[in-house]
Each structure stands twice: as C-alpha cells, then as structure tokens.
Write a protein that binds this ligand. Structure first.
Ligand SMILES: *Cc1c(COP(=O)(O)O)cnc(C)c1O
Length: 345
C-alpha cells in the first residue's frame, strides 16, 4: 500500500515524507546546542554513521550540497582544483559553490557509461607543477552515479591511483546505501580508502532533512569551521537528526524494495516498442524520448495521478518509499495507454 501520497511521484527520492516512527523520534529527541557540539542526538547520529562507514569522525549538515561544499573547502585551498564528472552533482548541480565561496576551480571530465571517471583521463588533466597551472588537489567521485553503483574493483583502483598521484579523494555518496544494497556488500567496503564521504539521509533513506560528512578527526574539525562559515550550524538539530537515526536504522534494508520496484518498472516499460529504456539502475529508470513526446507524456500521466519531470533528453523515474508495487503496474499501464492513444490518433 502506498503511504502518505495521493499521487505517484516519480521525480526523485527526495520527495519522501517522514514515517510515523521518524515523527515520534523527532518529537522525543533529546537536544542541545550542536554548534557547541552538545546535541546528544546529533552526536549519536554522527557516531552511528562513522561506525557504519568506517571513519573516525562525522559532521551533520543540512544538505548534501553543503556537505560537498564543506568537503571541497576543507580539502582545497583557494586556487586549487578538483576533478569531477561533467554531470557530477558536486560540479554541475551545486550552483558553483566551490568557485564562489572557495575560489576552487573545477576540472570536469565526462563520466564513463558505468558512472566512473576514466583514471587515464584523470591522470591526463592533473596539472604539472608550474606557475602556469593551478594545483590539482582532489578527485571527486559519485556513488551511485545516476543510479549506477560504481564497480568495487574500480573503487580500489581509484584509491591507489589517488595515492600514487598525491590526490585527495572525496566520495559524493548521496546514495551510497543504494550501492551497498545493490552490490550486497558492507558499505565500509565502498568507502575504504576515501579521505571523505558525504551521505544524504533525505533521499531513499527517507529522512526529511540532512546529510553527513565523514572523514578523519582532523578533517572533520576543519570542516566544522567551514560549516559555520556557510551558515550550517543548526543549534538544536537533534530534532532532525533523530529522523536521520531512524532513516539509518530502518531505511537501509528497505532500499531493496525500491530496487525491486525499479526493476519491475523497467521490465514492464521495455514491452512498449516506442520506448527506449535505460535501467534499472538501483532505484532509477531512464526513458529516452524526444522533448515533445516527453512533454506530452508528462501531461498525460499527470492527469492520471503520476508526476514525472522530463529533462532535455530523457525522463528519469525514481522509486522510493512512497511508491508501492501496485503503483508500478499503474505507471506501466498508463504509459502503455499513452502510446496506444498516440498510435490511434
Ligand atoms: C541530492 C544529491 C546531492 C545533494 O543533496 P541536497 O541535500 O539536495 O543538497 C549531492 N549529490 C548527489 C549525487 C545527489 O543526488
């Protein structure tokens, strides 16, 4: 049965609403002033995450964007450079924050089809030590990358590559638990060797607000200062951190349901001749459609209680805790009807 929603909203897994357990935990949360490090609930969330991800320290932040920004500001100095995917969130979708706030220059590279960055291409853009160039300081990977879990052997290679080249290594792990569930490995195995990892609690895990940045104790001390600088010190943040704890305790294993729903959705949609379906990739399915057809589809499905958000070249469908098994069949049937109606017209 679908919870909370009167519509089937496939735009993103950010649209989820807190579960009754989260609301209860929030209402009862013990709090203190987190800017002084005195909020017991925030502290508990931070230690839970460090333990899970295998890091010394962690920092609770209001958003994944701010978490990536604080990571970049902590790793890089003004005039340094970070290498990231052309369509990486930390480059393309964060308003240029690293450049605006930190004077940090991005070096974007195309992602490979599997969501990785080709390490030879990364090697080729590392700048030589010469006054003409900036210092290439950091390599930033994303996992999952548009739903794709990065191959584990690639992660190992990336870690030794970064060490060899003297680069720091950050993981935008907004959906890292989708990767660990899909690959059926402990999340520690995915984060091993990274200097920092950012995790979103507010995507598939279902918390209303919050991300956590992990790293060494020394790194997190410096990131803490940056969090204050960018306005992310939240005082009695235990109210929202309490939902994050529930998200971690109850949300991780549940992600397998989202992956099963995405798989069923992709299977059903693949039977529609007019559709080119990419996926499932963890909790995402992509449809390649011309912008005009995508726009018509958006309107058609909206009239039937389904929300999708086409971009220039495709439609991304994301499953989450507000999407149930019956919804998947509904979406497949409505899409079938849409194309049948067009054919008839
Ligand atoms: C959502 C997302 C973020 C940022 O999270 P916000 O909380 O929306 O700022 C960062 N990276 C990736 C890959 C994301 O999907």
């Amino acid at each position: 049965m679908r919870i909370f929603f009167t519509v089937i909203d496939l735009r993103s897994d950010t649209v989820t609403r807190p579960t009754p357990t989260m609301r209860a935990a929030m209402a009862q949360a013990e709090v203190g002033d987190d800017v002084y490090g005195e909020d017991p609930t925030v502290n508990r969330l931070q230690s839970l995450i460090c333990e899970r991800l295998g890091f010394e320290a962690a920092l609770f932040l209001p958003s994944g964007t701010q978490s990536n920004l604080c990571a970049l500001l902590t790793h890089c100095r003004r005039g340094d450079e970070y290498v990231a995917g052309q369509t990486a969130h930390a480059y393309r979708y964060e308003g240029g924050g690293a450049a605006i706030v930190g004077g940090i220059q991005p070096q974007p590279l195309e992602f490979q089809i599997d969501g990785t960055l080709d390490l030879d291409e990364v090697a080729a853009v590392i700048k030589p030590n010469d006054p003409h160039f900036t210092n290439t300081r950091l390599l930033c990977l994303e996992n999952t990358q548009w739903g794709k879990a990065l191959p584990l052997d690639y992660l190992q290679r990336a870690v030794s590559f970064a060490r060899t080249k003297g680069l720091l290594l950050h993981l935008d792990g907004a959906r890292i638990f989708n990767a660990s569930v899909a690959q059926n490995v402990d999340v520690c195995k995915i984060t091993r060797g990274f200097d920092s990892v950012s995790v979103c609690l507010s995507k598939g895990l279902g918390a209303p607000v919050g991300s956590v940045l992990c790293g060494s104790t020394e790194f997190i001390e410096r990131a803490h200062r940056w969090r204050k600088v960018v306005g992310g010190g939240m005082r009695q943040a235990g109210i929202v951190a309490a939902a994050g704890i529930v998200a971690l305790e109850e949300g991780v294993d549940r992600l397998a349901e989202d992956h099963a729903h995405a798989a069923a959705l992709a299977d059903g949609l693949k039977n529609i001749d007019e559709l080119s379906v990419d996926g499932p990739h963890t909790n995402m399915v992509f449809l390649t459609l011309s912008p005009i057809v995508a726009q018509d589809l958006k309107v058609y499905v909206r009239e039937r209680g389904i929300i999708v958000a086409p971009t220039a070249d495709r439609v991304r469908l994301v499953t989450h805790l507000g999407v149930c098994t019956e919804d998947v069949s509904t979406v497949i049937n409505v899409c079938k009807d849409f194309f049948a109606t067009r054919k008839a017209a």
